[in-house]
Design a protein around this ligand. Sequence first.
Ligand code: CA
Ligand code: CA
Length: 90
Amino acid sequence: MGTIYELLVTGNSLADVTKRLFENVDSDGSGFVDESELRVVLEHVYAEAGLDPPNNEVVHEKFRDLDIDGNGEVSMVELEKYVKELLGFE
Ligand SMILES: [Ca+2]
Ligand SMILES: [Ca+2]
């Protein structure tokens, strides 16, 4: 998989970026991102940044941030909200 940053800088529209990001993160193609899938991505991001892998607490906290409606899964809509925040959109 490409890096998150590559995805962000090479994307066209925000929806496009989100879709590709989501497809990368949702490794089993279920249409939702669960905590174990998020963990894989976070480990990847942390490693790229030269940091130690995130512990359970960090992963869990980030997952709760992303899972806006709290149903235990992150949908593409929820991820898009996060990407917007990350990139400084309203
Ligand atoms: Ca999934
Ligand atoms: Ca959710």
